[in-house]
Design a protein around this ligand. Structure first.
Ligand SMILES: NC(=O)c1ccc[n+]([C@@H]2O[C@H](COP(=O)([O-])OP(=O)(O)OC[C@H]3O[C@@H](n4cnc5c(N)ncnc54)[C@H](O)[C@@H]3O)[C@@H](O)[C@H]2O)c1
Length: 430
């Protein structure tokens, strides 16, 4: 069988995609790139594969003879590398998030259109068992037309913050705004319904003590209240509340679908289907509850995030190989998942007004955004720099980052530390 030759940028989260290729019969890793030499060396030792070439810079890496590139680099830097990779003739799998600014969104779409290469957005949460089954049932008409839905991705990362920010004050996780990391909560609902978001109202959580003590400059959580093209509404919430939760629900014109709740001892493995001829008072008569069967349950079992890490790569490789049923998330859908977060923050900055979300599928709408670099990353924003919270960018002392750095080093160099586990399994983080 023809093997798709893949290069992976980002030796940390990239471990998950490397692991996918190691067990697949139709993909192989041929190159790995990371400027973090220590991480690269550890990856090299763990893989012990003479067929893989290692690079410390993108310029050399992208010249390697390969078909596709996985971008598991910084979450706010995917678009520039995706564009360069596609211009060099490589298909792209992009980790979350797709872009950082509207300027990048326009450039990314145009590069995909010009090159005709596969761009797959790695929003793995779409492929978790319950939301993926919700998609199948929704598309079958099981609950009628979408009216309302909720997506939650609550992850209190306080204990792992040293291992995921390395004491870097300007790491993207410390510098992002509350509604930036929105696609784990919102993405599955977009993938279920296939509807385009048209406007958004944003909110940011104000109690940010847990964030400040680890050096993070944003709000504790973000909310997007999104109106879709059919008038349906989604509430998406994500961030660092005290207790974790990944949960989805969808209400249609004649039924409801929802995933299991963690406090009931369940999770996204379980689905509740409440769709019968009885409305309102009688709604609970015939609730079905089951664990959806998966296409590749055996293969995906070892992968992180409820096995979803397996399916995002599985579909990417099959898309490149030309399988018509490969279910990837294309650039337009990726932006349907992300732009609500970008514009929710503009809503937050304007006191919570409703803000329209442009439709970049329309070429005419792109012109207005071509020069829009507004974001919280000083390297990219220029004179359009935004504060990390609506109340301003908090000042955090160097001692906080020194402490994070020391904790990270202790963890990284210990034999059984969190980071070591993440390096070999690529699935322990988030
Ligand atoms: N989908 C998920 O469930 C999930 C889970 C965890 C992380 N992620 C995503 O994975 C990506 C990576 O996250 P992470 O946790 O590994 O941490 P990270 O963002 O801190 O690490 C990125 C890695 O890329 C390397 N890198 C960055 N710029 C580079 C450059 N110009 N040249 C060479 N190497 C470069 C860094 O050295 C680092 O090792 C992020 O986009 C994050 O959002 C997704």
């Amino acid at each position: 069988m023809k093997k798709v030759r893949i290069g992976v940028m980002g030796a940390y989260r990239g471990t998950s995609m490397i692991n996918y290729c190691e067990q697949a019969d139709n993909a192989q890793v041929v190159a790995i790139c990371d400027k973090w030499v220590e991480g690269l060396e550890r990856q090299k030792a763990a893989l012990n594969d003479p067929n893989i070439t290692y690079y410390t810079n993108f310029e050399d890496f992208i010249r390697h003879d390969m078909d596709a590139v996985v971008l598991a680099n910084y979450a706010n830097e995917h678009a520039p590398f995706a564009i360069r990779a596609m211009k060099a003739g490589k298909h792209v799998f992009s980790e979350v998030l797709p872009v950082q600014t509207m300027k990048e969104a326009v450039e990314l779409i145009e590069t995909v259109e010009e090159t005709g290469l596969v761009y797959a957005y790695g929003e793995n949460y779409c492929y978790m068992p319950a939301p993926y089954e919700m998609r199948r049932l929704y598309r079958e008409g099981k609950i009628g037309e979408f009216e309302y839905g909720e997506g939650e991705y609550i992850h209190n990362c306080e204990t792992i913050w040293p291992s995921i920010t390395y004491g870097e004050a300007d790491h993207w996780r410390n510098n992002m705004y509350a509604t930036f990391y929105c696609t784990h909560s919102l993405g599955p609902l977009i993938h279920i319904t296939g509807l385009r978001p048209v406007s958004v109202i944003g909110l940011e959580g104000t109690k940010a003590e847990r964030k400040r003590r680890v050096g993070c400059k944003n709000a504790s959580f973000g909310i997007e209240m999104v109106t879709l093209e059919n008038g349906g509404i989604i509430k998406s919430i994500h961030g660092g509340l005290y207790k974790n939760s990944v949960w989805y629900s969808v209400y249609g014109s004649h039924g409801r679908l929802e995933s299991g709740r963690e406090d009931a001892g369940e999770n996204v493995d379980r689905l509740y289907v409440n769709a019968d001829a009885f409305d309102g008072e009688y709604a609970n008569r015939a609730v079905e509850s089951y664990k959806p069967s998966e296409k590749a349950a055996k293969e995906s079992a070892a992968f992180g995030h409820g096995g979803s890490d397996y399916y995002s790569m599985y579909n990417f490789v099959r898309k490149i190989l030309g399988y018509a049923d490969a279910d990837t998330i294309d650039v337009y859908e990726a932006l349907d998942m992300f732009l609500p977060g970008l514009f929710a923050y503009r809503s937050v900055l304007q006191g919570g007004v409703s803000v329209p979300i442009p439709n970049l599928r329309n070429k005419d709408e792109r012109e207005k955004w071509r020069g829009d670099t507004a974001c919280t990353d000083p390297k990219v924003a220029g004179d359009q720099l935004l504060p990390t919270m609506s109340t301003g960018t908090p000042q955090i002392g160097k001692e906080v980052y020194d402490k994070m750095y020391a904790l990270w080093r202790k963890d990284f160099t210990s034999d059984d530390g969190y980071t070591n586990a993440a390096m070999t399994q690529g699935s322990k983080k988030e």
